[in-house]
Design a protein around this ligand. Sequence first.
Ligand SMILES: [Zn+2]
Length: 133
Amino acid sequence: MEINYLCPKCKSFLNIGNKIVLSVKVKNEQKGLMLFEKELGNYQIKKHDLVEYKKGELLGFYCPICHENLALDDVNSNLAKIIMLDENNKEYDVIFSKVAGEHATFKISNNEIEAYGEDSHKYINFFGHSPKY
Ligand SMILES: [Zn+2]
């Protein structure tokens, strides 16, 4: 089975091919779809040219199907969450930074945190114990 990503609320699949599709809202209220790489730690994205933002701007991420806000405000207002199912159907929380240009992603199961991205050290204190790199 391939790795799949799901909306935490409606459990719809968010991935197509090697991409994850999320709905994004930027400061000027422009909305659009954004494509992310399924591979954790790969921060290449695809978006519409008119969806513009500056580095450091806080973006809003939403499920493209049910429009649930993916923000994880109870942990940190800079973070958002989706669900990952690995090849063995094991479930993880995948938490990522909503700050434009910031590279921080965490794959979390019951007792393990894996961190990705050079900015992930900014958030390790929010998860109770240190991630492995
Ligand atoms: Zn949803």
